[in-house]
Structure formats: C-alpha cells, structure tokens
Design a protein around this ligand. Structure first.
Ligand SMILES: C[S@@+](CC[C@H](N)C(=O)[O-])C[C@H]1O[C@@H](n2cnc3c(N)ncnc32)[C@H](O)[C@@H]1O
Length: 606
C-alpha cells in the first residue's frame, strides 16, 4: 500500500504507470461516437445496442492480445448485441491495442468510460451510470486499508460494481498481499471466488467487470487450467439486500444517485432511513448497513448532500447509531475527475466508531494522482440534525467555535418556508398584465445582489389571478427572500433580499414562487427583515453555510440549522440601516459595517 504525507502529490500505485494522453483517447472516443451515429441512423434500436456491441468487440480483441497462447475463450456474454460494420471492427482492434499498453486498472477504467460514453444519455441518467476514476478508487481503498480492512481475509462486496472500478483494484490488492502471494494458485483463485463479490443491474457492465477480473487472474488461471468462477451477480441491490443473509466485512463502491420512486413494499422496507423523497445512494447506504458484518466497514463515493439535506435526516440518525463516519474526504476539484458529475463529491468510510469522531481530509485530484490535505478531527452530533463539517483546514477553528454556538433563526424569531406557488399547477391563472384580483409573482430573479426588483427580464408571467380559497398563496408582510437554488458559478450560496413594504402596499400583497425561500417572522419581530437579510448576505455566513451544505440547493432545514451570532450582538445593525435609509451612509459602508459586526459577534475578530 502507498504511504502518504499531507500535501504530497501522490503518484498512483506502481501498476498504474501510463498516463493517458488525452488527445489520442479523445480521438478514439469521438471516432467510436461517429460510428454509433452512422449505425443509429439506420436503426433506432442501435441507440442502446451500439455501446455493448462495440465494447464487446474491443474486449474480444483485447482478450486475443492477452491470451496470445490461446489458452481460454473470452467469457461468454449473453447480452443482446448487434452486427457492426468493418470500420467499427477495425477501430475496436485499434482501441484494444492502445488499451493493452496500459495498466490493468487504467485499462478497465477506460473501457468503462468508453462504454458509458456510448450509452444513451437517458439510460445513463436513469441508472446513475458514471464510473469512478482510478485515483479516487485507490484513495478510498487506501483509507479503508488504514482503518483496518484486511485484504487477505475480509469478504468484500461492491453493490453497484459497474465496469469494475473497485473490484479490479481490490482483486489486485488481494493478489498483491504477501499472505495471499505465497499460497498455491488454485487456493488463490478460490480465495478470490469466496471473498470478492459484485452486484450490478446492468448485465453488460457486470460481464465487463468479470472479464477484467479474468485479466487480473490470467496467470493463475493458466497455472490451474481454469478461469475464476463468475463473482458478479446480475441483480437489483435494493431488493437483494432485503432477502440475502450473507454479511461482508467490507462494502465498497460508488452507488448510483438520483431521486427514485419506490413501490409501497420497498418504501416500507426502507422506511427507517427515508424522509420524503428517496435517493438511490441513500438507499444503497441503508442496503450496505444491512449487508455489512457488525464490525465491518462501508467505503462509498457519494454526493455530500446526505450530510445536510432534510431528505437524509433519518439516514443520518441511522448512520450515527450503526456506523458513524470514520473518515470523510471532500473532493474539492472535480473538473476532469468525474465526467459529467456536477455535485460536490466525498469519499466516506463508515464503521465501528464509538467516539463518533471523524477524520476529515480535503483532496485535490488530477488524472495521475491526488493531493491530500488534513482538515482535522471532528465530533458529529447524533440525531437527525445536519452535520456541520469544514471543507478546509482554515475552517477548523471556525467550526469548533460554531459547534458551541446555539443561536439559530428561531432565536431571531424567524422561520423558513418555501414559496407556495408551484406555477405549473396554476397555468390558467397566470398573466402578463395585472387584472382586478391579481397579484405580482415573485420569482427568484427578483433577488439581485441583495436588491429587490420586479423589473426582471425572464419570460415567466408576472401576475397571478387569485381565486376563492387561495389566500394562502398571498404574502402580505415583508419577508426575507432567499434563492433556493444557485448555480456553481454564483459566488454566493446565500442570495437574499427583502420583499419591501412599499411594494406590498402598492399591490396589496405578492405571491412567492416555489424556487424562493421565504423567511418570515413568526411571533414578535426581534430583528428587522432588512437586518436579517444583511446578516445572511455576509461573506462569513455564506462560508459557514457551505460547511453544512455542499449542494447548490439551499433548503429550509439547512437554514434552520445555520448557527447565527447571538441576537444582542447584532442589534446595532438596525442603527446603520436607519443611517443608510436617511442617506448618511452608502450601500458599501452599510455592508462593510455589517460584515464587521457579524464577524465580531461570532467572536472571529473584525
Ligand atoms: C455511479 S455507477 C458506479 C459504477 C462503479 N462502481 C464505479 O465506481 O465505476 C453506479 C452503478 O450502479 C448500477 N446500478 C444502478 N441501480 C442499481 C441497482 N438497483 N442495483 C445494482 N446496481 C445498480 C449502475 O448500472 C451503475 O453501473
């Protein structure tokens, strides 16, 4: 196993010695895509069939290169395929030649990349098919090794094994372990057969994994005269976890993600970890908890939304009871790491952890290595509340301080709800001009750099005619408006303004659309909405919010959990607002004063 020092750029394990030169690989990919287009023009059915058919040809050619002594046939593939033209056959051979110059781990990854690249987008999205780059898989396996996974003894399952991004390097580690190296080849193969398992819903991907395992075990297979038995099961893990009773010391992988609708039976079976919408990767974490042994580990690559999102609140509670996180790596540079994946990603090791302390690292990756920076060790609260974790070592002190601060929006007398207007349910009531009985619609475009505007240029209708018994849609009091989704390009995650009293008086109320959070005072107003909006617009509060949520979405539950400075320490902001309203200080002066007051109120200087 590789050793690492904080801040060191890690080369990959020795086996991964070749660096892919992007241009040639990209050329192969685009040539294959052109061939796909030509085939799909002749028959729409080829949209789905081209990728497995083409990758089968690549693997057939690759197997010929590896098995030059013609000892074994390529493992049979039952997946339906189509006949491809001569040009595709030629290209497949060229690609196989290129792949044969790479290490086995890179080779398996690049076949996977090619396979997913040629699949229809819709199919990829439905099953969450995005394969893990070797650098990420190696880092997660290093973390698992350092937590005590024993490659020579433990039984290991990848419940969403794709093209083998984890099973191939795991097999490599098992075979490289000195205790396994010294046993006879027959026992070695049997050891793998008994200790390595994969599950995959995509039958062709499962076959890909098994062929790559045949490549890893090729020398032993030659010695004993047989290939290893198939260890990849074609199944739906979410269902399988409920009926199987084997337990594994390690469950490792990169589960699919995205919202799913479950039938009643599955919803009931997974109810312990669900709250509202189910997400595939949350279900996979629950499934992994069911399949791991009492002292076993889970090592997963996932989005970070489970740490803060309300839909994951019951899952957080379950994890803290059964397998609190031991290690979390936040991946801060995603470009070029996961093709097409936009969410903030993390690697987490869950397992036996009585202290409930988590060691956090931030890793920066590129195609050949990763740079590890230690962030610190943090205690995670039990229960359903969001996990408040720093992404960077500069936030360590901040988080420790904030964990002791108990003031939240509730103490300011405010509550968050989402704008009640789901516009497509009221299509016939929408209008571009005001009518008697209509109200202006507040879209997220109304919130611009801390200011409110009703003069936005989006093409959405500006008014809604309110009918009887729809008064609940109308907001009559000034509230803080805060965008519910931001884009990654936006510098701030918290983008807010106040729905002004003047505007409400002019229109007798307004209707707030569902992409806007509205923060309204619930009882006696202890702080003005203007002051609250200014506090939420400070750099420090935005930074703190990012420690709860890595997602571009800003949910009510995360806002409720946000630690705020004590109320009495921020009341002086009201005086500055008055001075600003009477033109004594400029916009810039006001924001500067608020930044300083808030920093000081958090006890962070200023
Ligand atoms: C994000 S990919 C990761 C694949 C592979 N583990 C890797 O890291 O490269 C998720 C995989 O889960 C598979 N999958 C989706 N739903 C599944 C299910 N219900 N049961 C088993 N596998 C599933 C997809 O086909 C896809 O190969």
């Amino acid at each position: 196993m590789t050793t690492k020092k904080d801040g060191d750029l890690m080369p990959l394990r020795n086996e991964i010695s070749h660096v892919i030169t992007k241009p040639s690989w990209d050329t192969y990919k685009s040539q294959a895509l052109n061939n796909k287009r030509k085939h799909v023009e002749t028959n729409k059915e080829y949209e789905m069939l081209f990728s497995p058919s083409f990758c089968f040809l690549v693997l057939k050619a690759l197997w010929r290169i590896i098995d030059s002594k013609k000892q074994f046939e390529l493992r049979s593939c039952k997946y339906k395929r189509m006949q491809l033209d001569l040009e595709s056959n030629k290209l497949a051979k060229e690609i196989a030649g290129f792949l044969s110059t790479l290490s086995i781990i890179e080779c398996s990854y690049y076949i996977g990349v090619l396979y997913t690249y040629l699949l229809p987008q819709k199919y990829k999205a439905e099953y969450g098919i995005y394969y893990t780059p070797p650098v990420i898989a190696e880092r997660l396996l290093d973390l698992l090794g350092s937590e005590g996974v024993n490659w020579s003894k433990d039984s290991i399952l990848d419940p969403a094994c794709g093209g083998g991004a984890f099973l191939v390097p795991v097999a490599n580690r098992i075979l490289g372990d000195h205790r396994i190296k010294c046993i006879p080849a027959e026992e070695r193969i049997r050891h793998l057969e008994n200790h390595l398992s994969g599950i995959e819903i995509d039958e062709f991907a499962g076959w890909l994994t098994q062929v790559m395992l045949d490549v890893v075990t090729y020398q032993d297979a030659c010695l004993i005269g047989r290939k290893m038995k198939n260890v990849v099961r074609h199944d739906d893990t979410i269902k399988y976890a409920l009926k199987q009773n084997k337990s594994y010391q390690l469950i490792v992988g990169n589960p699919p993600y995205g919202r799913v609708t479950l039938n009643e039976e599955l919803r009931e079976a997974y109810s312990r970890s669900l709250y509202g919408h189910a997400n595939m990767y949350g279900l996979f974490i629950d499934a992994a908890l069911r399949m791991k042994s009492a002292e076993g580990f889970i090592g997963f690559v996932t989005p970070t939304s489970f740490m803060g999102g309300q839909y994951f609140s019951n899952l957080r509670n379950l994890l803290m009871q059964e397998a609190p996180p031991l290690d979390i790596d936040f991946i801060t540079e995603r470009s070029g790491v996961f093709d097409e994946v936009l969410q903030e990603t993390c690697l987490t090791v869950f397992g036996p952890n009585d202290s409930k302390e988590t060691s956090i690292h931030n890793i920066k990756t590129d195609t050949v290595g990763y740079r590890v920076n230690r962030v610190g060790t943090f205690q995670i609260n039990e229960g359903t509340s969001p996990w408040f974790l720093p992404r960077d070592s500069s936030e360590t002190k901040l988080i420790k301080k904030l964990n002791k601060m108990k003031t939240t929006l509730k103490d300011y007398g405010y509550k968050v709800s989402t704008g009640p207007l789901v516009w497509n349910r009221h299509k016939e009531q929408l209008d571009n001009v005001p009518q008697v009985g209509s109200f202006p619609i507040i879209w997220s475009h109304s919130i611009i750099n801390g200011n409110f505007t009703f003069d936005y240029k989006n093409k959405k209708p500006k008014f809604i005619n309110i009918q009887d018994e729809q008064d609940f849609l109308v907001c009559k009091q000034p509230v803080v408006l805060l965008q519910r989704t931001t884009s990654k390009e936006q510098q701030r995650r918290l983008i807010s303004t106040v729905l002004p009293q003047d505007f409400l008086s002019e229109w007798d109320g307004a209707v707030i659309e569902n992409h806007v959070n509205m923060i309204h005072s619930v009882d006696k107003q202890l702080l003005s909405p203007e002051a609250l909006s200014l506090i939420l617009s400070t750099t420090i509060v935005d930074r703190i919010f990012r420690c709860i949520s890595g997602s571009v979405a800003v949910s009510a539950s995360e806002l409720h959990a946000l630690p705020l400075p004590p109320l009495k320490k921020v009341l002086s902001i009201e005086d500055f607002i008055q001075q600003h309203n009477s033109n004594q200080i400029s916009d810039e002066d006001l924001s500067r004063c608020v930044e300083q007051i808030v920093l000081k109120a958090y006890n962070l200087g200023g």
